[in-house]
Design a protein around this ligand. Structure first.
Ligand code: NAD
Length: 286
């Protein structure tokens, strides 16, 4: 019996070493990524990070002028295409553009999103504003998942990312309309993970907190009119709870790189909080 169970030391070493790698190279070598809302902010930082890691990136954004500037700045491995995520044919078109340019789509990052100025009470809610925000933040994400899956399913591989928010987990933190839209993003990701897993496709969301991008600074300047941008940036960063660190777009880009790459090959249906511990922080004010 002991003879039958004996394992050669070579095959044991081989087996135990499987899954361990000391590789430190570029994590997205040869990959093709499409990022919505990549003209600036988190999307732009992620595009730069992906390119640094060997990917070719399609920058899709509603803002043609800044989008073209960004693609130029990012260099030969970036291309811009105009896209309004509320328009399904635009989404379909950017996916087809990516396929015709690069032959495949490995990573879809549904990142475009907007904030909105909603009233403190549900009683005063303008449902047209609600529909507009849902159209971009939720329907736009769903359309991105639909059309990227259309080209990923036949290849039985791909990684889909979506930007949610801490507000989608906590509710009530910011305006209710925005919070609802980001809760929906987290829900969509969890709902889609089962079907997509059966094709070898992973889908995850990232929930940032307080990144001083234009989106947040515009919102802050509505709340604090007359306060200059550097003071508003300071106020956003002071809202965090992690001492000695401020959230920057690169922190979200690093999380996106992890989820997009094979480092996260067994991670799907997950919402990764990048919030410096904010949503775990409890305080009692007796
Ligand atoms: P940003 O304003 O710098 O970038 C948003 C980008 O989305 C812009 O380039 C904008 O032109 C684009 N966009 C807006 N509407 C669009 C549409 N209909 N179609 C295509 N593109 C459109 O802000 P950001 O902070 O980089 O935001 C990126 C994502 O991160 C958003 O989904 C936002 O909700 C989310 N988020 C941001 C924070 C934060 O603190 N900054 C926190 C949580 C979540």
């Amino acid at each position: 019996l002991s003879k039958n169970l004996s394992i050669s030391s070579d095959s044991l070493a081989q087996s135990l070493n499987r899954g361990f790698s000391t590789e430190t190279g570029r994590k997205l070598e040869g990959k093709v990524a499409l990022i919505t809302g990549a003209a600036r902010g988190i999307g732009k930082a992620t595009a730069a990070k992906f390119i640094d890691n060997g990917a070719k990136v399609v920058v899709a954004d509603i803002d043609q002028h800044i989008g073209e500037e960004t693609a130029k700045e990012l260099g030969a491995n970036a291309a811009f295409i105009a896209c309004d995520v509320t328009n399904e044919s635009d989404i379909s078109n950017v996916v087809d553009f990516t396929i015709s340019r690069h032959g495949k789509l490995d990573i879809m990052y549904n990142n475009a999103g907007v904030a909105c100025n909603t009233p403190p009470s549900i009683v005063d809610l303008d449902l047209q504003v609600f529909d507009r925000v849902m159209g971009i933040n939720v329907r736009g994400v769903v359309a991105g998942i639909k059309h990227s899956s259309r080209v990923m399913i036949p290849r039985r591989s791909g990684s889909i990312l979506c930007t949610a928010s801490v507000t989608g987990v906590m509710g009530g933190l910011a305006q209710h309309t925005y919070s609802v839209s980001k809760s929906a993003v987290i829900g969509v990701v969890k709902s889609m993970a089962a079907e997509l897993s059966s094709y070898g496709i992973r889908i995850n969301s990232i929930s940032p907190f307080a990144v001083p991008t234009r989106f947040v600074l515009e919102e802050m300047s509505r709340l604090y009119p007359g306060v200059d941008a550097s003071r508003l940036t300071e106020m956003v960063q002071n809202a965090g709870v992690l001492k000695g660190a401020n959230c920057e777009p690169i922190d979200i880009a690093n999380a996106a790189l992890y989820l997009a790459s094979d480092d996260a090959k067994y991670v799907s249906g997950h919402n990764l909080m990048v919030d410096g511990g904010f949503t775990s922080f409890k305080t009692f004010n007796f």
